[in-house]
Design a protein around this ligand. Sequence first.
Ligand SMILES: [Zn+2]
Length: 260
Amino acid sequence: MNRFIDTHSHIFDEKFDEDREQAVFRAKENGVDRLIIPSIDSSTHQKVLDCCSKWEGCYPAIGLHPTDVKANYLEELEIVKSYVDKYYEKLVAIGEIGLDLYWSDEFYAEQIEALNFQIELALKYNKPVIIHSRDAFENIEEQLHKYEGRGLKVISHGYSSDIDQYNRFEAMDCEFLYGIGGVVTFKKSLIPQFVEQIPLSKIVLETDCPYLSPTPNRGKRNESAFIPIIAQKIAEIKGVTIEEVAKITTNNVENFFNII
Ligand SMILES: [Zn+2]
């Protein structure tokens, strides 16, 4: 059977309160036997760690999400730091972190500060970062330039920009991978065109569950078991087999996160 890794699962979310364990098992039944689980704020760090001690193949990441950067962000960042200092050996990444100008720019300056604080933390412990970017790719690029040449590894989660942005990222002295999820299956999406233009060696699979369920489940709760739907769509775009997509994307993740 193909083996897949979901690089972005919020399985701790309350939308899984009724059937969290079944969702993990359904994923495994579909070959998705490893999940990377990023937290978003102080109410979720411990939930992420609990999921990862409960189920084999679940790997934790800790971070403060940009839409959760509010007036109390300094306190939140201290909590992130305390978790990372304590659990860095277990963590596979710092995330999810980033910039989001879609929902609100009220705390934009604070988002920038939180992003930089958490990138420094990642570099201190030699961890990749999982970056969320919404309406903010150029802003992310501007921040990342400061870290060139320091061995920073970036997952651009839910990539939604174009090949020009990709080329600018690739020209930087940072290592990037691009998270492709359910949006690649949506009608009118520009992501298929993007996927066509980049090598499979730069792609990792993700659900971002419970959000962004792939077609034909669009609008319903997403879960890691749907990863093969995304892989199948990428296989069609690239003109390769789903086996090839499974093999290469899994290999990309193993090397990047050092979880072989
Ligand atoms: Zn997320």
